[in-house]
Write a protein that binds this ligand. Sequence first.
Ligand code: SF4
Length: 675
Amino acid sequence: MRTTCAYCGVGCGVVATRAGERTAMIAGDPGHPANFGKLCSKGTHLGETIGLEGRLLHPMIGSRRAAWDEALDVVASRFAATIAEHGPDSVAFYASGQMLTEDYYVANKLMKGFIGTANIDTNSRLCMASAVAAHVRAFGEDIVPCSYDDLDAADLIVLVGSNTAWCHPVIWQRIEAARAARGTKLVVIDPRRTETAERADLHLAIAPDSDVALFAGLLAHMRATWRLDGRALAERVAVPDGFWKSLPTDSVARICDVTPADLHAFYDLFAEHPRTITLFSQGVNQSTSGTDKANAIINLHLATGRIGKPGAGPFSITGQPNAMGGREVGGLASTLAAHMGFSDAERDRAQRFWRSPTICSGPGLKAVDMFDAMAKGKIKAVWIMATNPAVSMPDARMARVALANCPFVVVSDCIAETDTARYAQVKLPALGWGEKDGTVTNSERRVSRQRAFLDAPGEARADWSAVAEVARRMGFAGFDFANAASVFREFAAQTGFENHGTRVLDISDHATITDAAYAEMAPFQWGGASPFVGRAFSTPDGKARLVPVVHVPRDDAMRGYPLRLNTGRYRDQWHTMTRTGLSPKLSQHRREPLVEVHPDTARRLGLADGGLARVETPHGASTFRVAATADQRRQELFVPIHWSDQTSAGGRAGLLPGQDRDPHSGQPGFKNTPA
Ligand code: SF4
């Protein structure tokens, strides 16, 4: 069976061959344009994660097993009663980039179109919301303007805040192949010397959160040396008054804490290689200045004409398998649906399409605000689907306070015992990878099918169908979906509804796809390989925008917290390990969570390599084993995000970051916490 990997935003095609009741042979799909048959270690070992150990197989109300009908009745009646007493904004839905587009579509439709609140947000808020906000500011629409093919055509690839070799390994293999074939230059910008950075032609270990200065300085340098694209600026880009600023390279080097020689080496490489891809990930997004960082990168590409050409563009790469699909349907509290915003015209258009009794009045609560509202008693019922916020939210202790304080918590998951599920009054068993059927969209806007090749275990059912059943029980029409294909058809139709070419996202040619054609649907890329070639940007005047951005030093240095804490992934684990933790082979790479610290810093603090250290921030503390490594800057620590109450007594990274967030995207800053 041809399907798509369960993990990262590369979106690799997988061929899964069932070998027994709950076993399968896994191989890369040679015909899939995202990976051409390649897989990384996580994808390769998917077959070790499809057993039934730890699965939630039946609905649960409290600690007792319940029938689906009873559980759905309870969810519908508690949501309806809460709305009747406290209004639509007293309920919320917390979704996930692990959900299929069809699940996301039905949840968004219920919340925004029928309950009438935009309080639906997703763990993608923690992942790439800053890139979304930057795209909207620059292009008028959340569009990634590049494709993987551009990596093959680039002469220079700049990786910013991305340990691509570990976190997007098949993209990394593609970059390595391009370097071997064409001599593509590679610059890595990352405070840590990661495996990716070790392989670079140039590694700039910049100070955390100095990216805006780095890229604004590069833009100033390109302008000072007459290397801007005057024609692109005149015809395609709107430049606000007072935008241009000089920024001496000496100042930039000081802010970024790199040598002027290294800075000039980067600026020279950029100047000499017009075919540049700047690929950025969580080091950019997970920041209190994440949106400005992304816009600093996009500004540079717009002003130098390095966009909409083969091998050139700013390329945000998503973390999760379907963060992009969630963005398409409106799974973020800051988007309505099908890339629409919340203007009167757009809300009216969505309501008429859905034929719904109401429509949300404006944006809803973003993830951190949503949990804050739960803690304060303003959100009184929440449905959490396919995510584990008790581990993954910043300041996870506060997330637990919020869940404990929320009178009604529903959790849909395929795992029975998670840190979040402990707070649920109702647990609904979900289908897992290999059992569920639908679509995902990868980082290059390519829609692929996830297909079921295993039987549904126990009473698990598709998430979209659980949401539709609750909607029907709440008395809403418009949720009689026969199957995933019928949900997809409706979503496809919505992207074209009164679109008139104003938004790039338009897959309405799939609105009449038959069930049989949906079953066989080949991967396709909406917007084409380069969406802004030959068409206007999605702004009222058709021009992209340069967005003024200024480096703002963080002012939260605190007495007693002399270091900065960075968090991230290990190569062979995924999120909170509920799936990858099942694979013995994947667990061999890193068996426990380590705090990485520079040897000089370790000596100063009296820490022994291999000993234990208690890491404390203003928000919490946890104990990790020490790994002394010169790959860390002296002032900083690094810990992995994966371990939870279920897997470890210590090593709890989620307890450490605070809730400070980007003012534009609401994305929390995970990578620069006083420690
Ligand atoms: Fe799966 Fe990502 Fe690895 Fe591809 S690169 S196999 S999508 S985890």
